[in-house]
Design a binder for this molecule. Structure first.
Ligand SMILES: [Mg+2]
Length: 157
């Protein structure tokens, strides 16, 4: 299968299943706070890009990827045990994420977005290190290995 493969087989898995596959393969962090931090990172990467460009679409996919990571690690009663101020910040972040996703999904259309998301997923799966093991940052974020392949989204426009 090539990186550009947008066939049904590739598209058939729901986003949360893809992210779960990635998290299992990479032994990704199950700490919701790590995902909250990654959402902040991806939201600022998104806001640095111009809507309607491939880089913007890529960052939008990243936002869905990491917010799915949070949803998978803290599905219910999110942050019930966190201090009130921290919980408020997370709730505010989630509201921002859903607004950004909703607005931009309408802009790009479901079909383009899902194709992009599939390619970003394939690209994320290429992050393993040369020894076939995941590489982690100190806080648990998965880092890119030498075989990492950037997703190419240009032809979706
Ligand atoms: Mg990004």
């Amino acid at each position: 299968m090539t990186e550009q493969d947008d066939t049904l087989e590739v598209q058939s898995k729901m986003p949360h299943e893809k992210v779960a596959t990635f998290m299992k393969a990479f032994g990704a962090s199950l700490d919701p706070r790590m995902w909250v931090k990654l959402i902040d990172e991806e939201m600022s990467e998104l806001s640095a890009e111009t809507p309607g460009k491939a880089e913007h679409l890529k960052e939008l996919c990243d936002v869905l990827y990491v917010s799915t990571g949070l949803a998978l690690t803290a599905p219910e009663h999110i942050g019930m045990l966190l201090p009130v101020t921290e919980r408020k910040d997370i709730v505010a972040q989630q509201a921002q994420v859903s607004t950004v996703l909703k607005e931009n999904l309408e802009q790009y259309g479901d079909d383009v977005f899902m194709k992009a998301f599939n390619r970003v997923h394939k690209s994320n799966m290429s992050k393993l290190g040369l020894d076939g093991k995941p590489i982690h940052r100190e806080d648990g974020k998965v880092l890119k290995g030498p075989n990492y392949r950037k997703p190419d989204l240009e032809d979706l426009f």
